[in-house]
Design a protein around this ligand. Structure first.
Ligand code: FRU
Length: 529
């Protein structure tokens, strides 16, 4: 979803409740045990929808966007997310909630946060972050999030033709260790942008602690300079002092695909240290205009000034509003929202929209380039595996490939191939244009092509590329060498057999290995309960 649609969504959809949507809300919020028949019918339809993923997290029905406040807490992973209980379109933002022992197998819980009539979040509970306080006395989780309410245009931080909205930063405290019950503070803790700053947006707080102090990165953009992340400081999470702009668009650092745009807002910032000793850097991630980016560099911890040295794109495909957390062992986990790429009318009719990407572990290489690998918990879903025998014989290879199909749109494909040769790996259905094309050219050894998009990926040592594809419903998450990521959506029609077949073009000998594994579903009914 593009930002423009999001603003249209604010104006057009909030408060519109479809019958199926309302019924499904009752179910998700746990208010009713006996489901209205419309909700039962919707759940049954969604459980049979072959395009609905089986091992990715998504709500029981309706719309999902950003991951919010992911946290490992009292032995469980909690994921909250932007959720519209009214239907499969953006609007009326609540926080959905799910829990997992391993970041992969999820159980749905009731909605965690809803807008409060008359309050700062009456028009929506927007994105935010978990913070742990009172650690000396056992700890409590607080959520810092953006509340949105309708105001006169002069006070607004989001303006569009139909409505003007004020974004303020709010706090909610957990009242139980299962993070199901929340109490909101009566008033916002950051009620307005810094004096004199004319912002395009002011949202998605991301606090972190350094000793006795809290810092906060906040997504924004100024009317004359474009996207920016604002830095604040506090001692108690309640009284915040604006320090300076932590990062903004700069000529000095080249960011692939980013175009100057003074109207942009850098949404969902997240700022953290990665690496040890001399290799330690700070990393900023943010999302704008449909893409998630990263920067790595040095933070001067005395002045809190950040000097970026490297920058890149987190994922070149359908992937947005990324957010991180630490896992149980301290690794930095990246989450992201996989939006729909089909038209609004289609996903609205489907009754569900939006998927949470699988957890990826972030690290930095020696040059400060961001690397990512699927978390090992994803491997525990692997089922029966088919493995191809590498061969220089083209016909033998083609015969083996035909047996490497992925059934029911669910599986994992792994492939190793030489960067010294030209080749293309495709995944598709018989007689149709493939849904996925991954290609490598010996003339451009530092680039990989995914569905026509060139992605920088410096040639691996040993001259091999490792390509992994996680196929699930209508999602393909593609990772190459742990450097280049591209999430692809595909929407086959119901007439086509639910089977994808890989094909290889190029010298047979360039293919060093290929395997396809079945993936276990995380629920018997595509997470519809
Ligand atoms: C990103 C975003 C955030 C905002 C939320 C609203 O997708 O626009 O900036 O908090 O979604 O749903």
């Amino acid at each position: 979803m593009r930002r423009r649609e999001f603003l249209v969504g604010v104006a057009g959809f909030a408060g519109v409740a479809g019958a199926a949507g309302v019924a499904a809300t009752a179910r998700q919020s746990g208010e009713t045990r006996v489901l209205p028949s419309a909700a039962r019918a919707l759940a049954a339809r969604l459980a049979r929808d072959p395009l609905r993923p089986q091992y990715h997290l998504l709500p029981v029905a309706n719309w999902m966007n950003d991951p919010n406040g992911p946290i490992w807490w009292r032995g469980e992973y909690h994921m909250f997310y932007q959720y519209n209980p009214d239907g499969a379109y953006w609007g009326d933002m609540h926080w959905g909630h799910a829990v997992s022992a391993d970041m992969v197998r999820w159980r749905q819980l009731p909605v965690a946060l809803a807008p409060t009539p008359g309050a700062a979040d009456s028009a929506g509970v927007f994105s935010g972050t978990a913070a742990v306080v009172d650690e000396r006395v056992g700890g409590r989780v607080w959520m810092m999030y953006t509340g949105v309410r309708a105001v006169p245009e002069a006070e607004a931080t989001i303006k569009n033709g139909a409505r003007s909205l004020l974004e303020t930063q709010c706090l909610a405290k957990s009242e139980d260790d299962s993070l199901r019950r929340w109490r909101k503070l009566g008033e916002p803790v950051i009620a307005a942008p810094p004096d004199g700053m004319r912002v395009n947006g002011f949202r998605d707080p991301s606090p972190w602690r350094v000793g006795e102090e809290w810092y906060l990165a906040l997504g924004s953009g100024t009317r004359d300079r474009g996207g920016a992340v604002l830095l604040y400081r506090s001692r108690d999470l309640r009284r915040w002092e604006f320090l300076h702009v932590l990062a903004e668009r700069a000529e000095s650092i080249a960011v692939p695909l980013a175009k100057p745009d003074v109207n942009e807002v850098w949404e969902c910032p997240d700022f953290f240290a990665l690496g040890e000793g001399a290799a330690r850097r700070h990393v900023l991630i943010y999302s704008t205009n449909g893409r998630s980016y990263w920067m790595s560099g040095r933070l001067d911890e005395a002045t809190m000034r950040f000097a970026p040295e490297q920058a890149g794109v987190l994922d070149y495909g359908a992937y947005y509003a990324s957010k991180t957390q630490r896992d149980a062992t301290g690794r930095r986990i990246l989450w992201g929202w996989i939006p729909e790429t089909r038209p609004l009318a289609e996903y609205k009719a489907a009754g569900w929209a939006g998927v949470m990407a699988l957890p990826r572990v972030l690290t930095l290489d020696g040059q400060g380039w961001l690397q990512m690998q699927m978390a090992d918990a994803v491997e525990t879903l692997r089922g029966a595996e088919k493995r191809l025998q590498p061969t220089a014989d083209r016909n033998h290879l083609a015969r083996q490939m035909a047996g490497m199909e992925i059934e029911g749109y669910s599986g994992e494909l792994r492939c190793a191939a030489s960067t010294a040769k030209d080749w293309e790996l495709t995944l598709g259905q018989d007689g149709r244009e493939p849904w996925l094309r991954v290609g490598s050219s010996s003339e451009k050894p530092d680039e990989i092509l995914v569905n026509g998009q060139g992605i920088p990926a410096s040639a691996a040592t040993g001259g091999n590329r490792d390509v992994s594809v996680w196929v699930d419903g209508s999602v393909m998450e593609v990772l190459v060498d742990g450097k280049a990521a591209c999430t692809v959506r595909f929407y086959p029609d119901r007439e086509t057999a639910e089977r994808l077949v890989p094909r290889w073009t190029g010298e047979a000998a360039a293919l060093q290995g290929l395997s396809v594994s079945a993936m276990e579903s995380i629920s018997p009914d595509r997470l519809t309960r």
